[in-house]
Ligand binder design. Structure first.
Ligand SMILES: *Cc1c(COP(=O)(O)O)cnc(C)c1O
Length: 373
């Protein structure tokens, strides 16, 4: 059985005619940068998300950087980030001369812990970057409240959760990434909405921020060769936009396929006390960018070796907490404030998760895991 962490080839073959046609249209038109395909994708995504402004850009890391650049922050301002996330979230903070303050996460849903945010706030705190990790939203209502009380910006890192619905206490639903001041996402090929190269986008309801960020992605240019801001060169190219338009139409069904696969995995591991399946929270749907188990009293290295021998791919997202990584270490971070992240880094295991998984494949994968336990 040939298994992959993500089966992009299988997914492509089902939409090949449409994708190839869309790409060929771009090539024939020669409108490679800022062409009509980029504008139409932008509008389609605005409509899908229910957001006023989408600003396409080069990748998800740039999206975070540009969001921070737009907020008039100054050196030494503190930005609260989860300790358990992909490095990009904190990397851009440091790159801009800001201070990344890491905060522990919730042991069950892996997103930034609300009580710990409160204790991390100081007079220098300016923003919180909740990361909707593995496909499920952070508790945004709690974060909105904290942000309001402390006058903080919220940038939602939605790279792993595009299409997830946040569910407010009153039942109202809103798409992940559209709740804070700014949302960011990545179209890296393996993300839930992936293109065939690098790509990303920024979302906001705020007209002034949108106008500023739209200039910033293109060197801060206002009129041709007249610059209003220091910007960057970070544009989504038309070939990627063409692919994304074809795939956005299918995002709901792609996410449903992931949810179905996750439910099937759950059943395979049902009743096993050494494995905790991903928790679903009541304030968000889960679009399973990753299907991540927590192992109890299991030697993960031994289990991984066994999976390797059987040709089963797996991932450890993430093996080291950010506060322990060389460029991010600081005296102020005390290990006792990161007990959950430290533990998760030792016990998590992500299984193959994509839109093309079959029940036979999941039976094979889960049996291989249960064999070892
Ligand atoms: C993938 C990812 C990013 C960065 O996206 P790129 O497009 O690869 O730059 C940022 N944050 C999180 C949580 C991610 O998973």
């Amino acid at each position: 059985m040939k298994l992959q962490m993500v089966d992009l080839g299988g997914q492509y073959r089902k939409i090949q005619t449409e994708v190839d046609l869309a790409i060929n249209e771009v090539i024939s038109s020669s409108a490679f940068i800022n062409g009509p395909k980029v504008h139409s994708f932008q509008r389609e995504l605005e409509e899908y998300l229910g957001i006023k402004h989408v600003i396409p850009c080069g990748n998800g890391t740039d999206a975070l950087q540009i969001a921070l650049m737009a907020l008039n922050l100054k050196k030494g301002d503190e930005i609260i980030c989860p300790d358990f996330t992909f490095v990009a979230t904190a990397e851009v903070v440091k790159l801009l001369g800001l201070t990344a303050i890491f905060v522990d996460v919730d042991k069950d849903n892996f997103t930034i812990d609300i009580e710990n945010i409160k204790s991390a706030i100081t007079s220098k705190t300016r923003a919180i970057i909740p990361v909707h990790l593995f496909g499920q939203c952070t508790n945004m209502e709690a974060i909105l409240k904290i942000a309001k009380e402390n006058n903080l910006h919220i940038i939602e890192d939605t790279a792993q959760a595009i299409g997830a619905n946040y569910i407010f206490a009153d039942g109202k639903k809103q798409k992940a990434g559209t709740i804070g001041n700014i949302g960011t996402t990545s179209f890296f090929p393996s993300k839930n909405l992936g293109c065939y190269g690098d790509g990303g986008a920024i979302f906001t309801h705020d007209d002034a921020l949108a106008e500023k960020m739209r200039k910033m992605v293109n060197h801060g240019m206002e009129d041709r060769y007249h610059y209003k801001y220091i910007g960057v060169n970070s544009r989504l190219d038309s070939v990627q936009a063409a692919v994304l338009s074809v795939k956005l139409k299918r995002l709901e069904s792609y996410n449903s396929a992931r949810i179905e696969a996750a439910d099937y995995y759950d059943k395979c591991f049902e009743g096993n006390e050494k494995i905790s399946i991903p928790k679903r929270v009541n304030f968000s749907t889960h679009v399973f960018h990753q299907y991540t188990l927590k192992l109890k009293d299991i030697n993960r290295d031994k289990l991984c070796k066994h999976l390797q021998n059987k040709g089963i791919p797996f991932g450890v997202y993430y093996p080291v907490p950010l506060h322990q990584q060389t460029p991010y270490k600081e005296e102020r971070f005390s290990e006792r404030n990161f007990l959950v992240t430290n533990e998760l880094c030792k016990t998590v295991l992500s299984l193959p998760m994509h839109t093309e998984l079959t029940t036979e494949q999941m039976d094979f994968i889960s049996q291989a895991i249960l064999e070892v336990i």
